[in-house]
Design a protein around this ligand. Sequence first.
Ligand code: MEV
Length: 451
Amino acid sequence: MRTKEKMIAGFSKFSKPEKIAWLAKHFFTDNPMDVAREFASFWHTNVEAQRLFDGMSENTISNFYMPYGVAPNFLVNHKLYCVPMVIEESSVVAAASSGAKFWYTRGGFDSQVVSTIKVGHVHFIWNGIDPVKMYSFFNDIKPYMLQAIKPLTENMEKRGGGVHRLSLLHLPEIENGYYQLKLEVETCDAMGANFINSILEELSKILTDKANTYYDFNYTERDIQIIMAILSNYTPECLVRCHVQCKINELGNFEDMDANEFAEKFVRAVNIAKKDVYRATTHNKGIYNGIDAVVIATGNDFRAIEACGHAYASRDGQYRSLSDAWIADGAFHFELEVPLAVGTVGGLTKIHPLAHRSLQLLGNPSAQELMSVIAAVGLAQNFAAVRSLVTTGIQKGHMKMHLHNILSHFAAAPHEIDAALTYFQEQTISFSSVRNFLDALRNQSKPIITM
Ligand code: MEV
């Protein structure tokens, strides 16, 4: 098919069946009807529910399912949680649950919210020679600005939030005449993106209007060019710290390793992730296996959370582990410090029925409580991953999950699963070896293994 034939105008105006029919015809020429049926087979049977999902995005043709699991036994700040997790990678929920269970018997997770400030900027250029004049202008109009945005901030103020600080920054090292109006806000239980962006756009207007008539500006100085007004997803001051600790001898034994050896090896592994970018990236990826899963399950923005976390991990110029581990006075300590700008009201938390259920499952937490739980899941996940890495290796657990996936692919019956689990304790797992084992079992003959 020539590329030109795949061009289309007005696609968004098509009905959903028309969209699918067009895609099937142009992109799945071998089996258009089967593909069309497959896309349609994932539509929600409840028309209203489907309408809801279609409303969340554009040009929707189907739904992309992700597994929704739960990790019980999370003891965070002396409260027990069963945590919802949406993730497609096998063994993540199992690892979080195992980390949770491990620390449940050792006092649980201690999560402290350090601060909850969110940030946004109006980026602008002012070509006046003297920055002092710009600062005077800003100081003169600041009270007016704060007053003028009251209609936008009033409700948030009633909930205990609102503008925390409004300041002006001059950054000529980025560009000549470049300034930022920096807005810091408390958005309580809301993620607050719309709230922040609306205020910033209002501030931009005021900035240009007031400059235009400012008594101390000459003709050139009256011109302010707004480049953009947008919140920042870098929220180092929306921060939570989660900590676990126990006496080293309470760690127990790990396969052929005693508790002391384990603790020392664990601390070494974390130290490597604090200094080596290759290891740090994988180490932090493991943390976000847990964090993202809860963030998605609760209807929060995982792209914002990840972008911020990785920027925070590089805050001193080198990308490092977000967690830290150490031994002090005979005790093993493990800690995660991570920025988490999440909300528990508004946005998708309200619209997505399962996000709503996730929050109910967590006891309808405040944003701060949710930050505490998510940090605990990140730490549990990291603990379970590093524990595996420094003891048995990661493949043992992974391959077990992989075996389950292959068995489910071949629709193995319960007695076949039992037989396979026993057999593959000592054998290498691969797609073909499992298929051969099942064939042999089903034919009642001896398994022939090919690798
Ligand atoms: C796999 O998704 C995550 C791990 O690689 C994390 C880590 O290495 O710490 C196991």
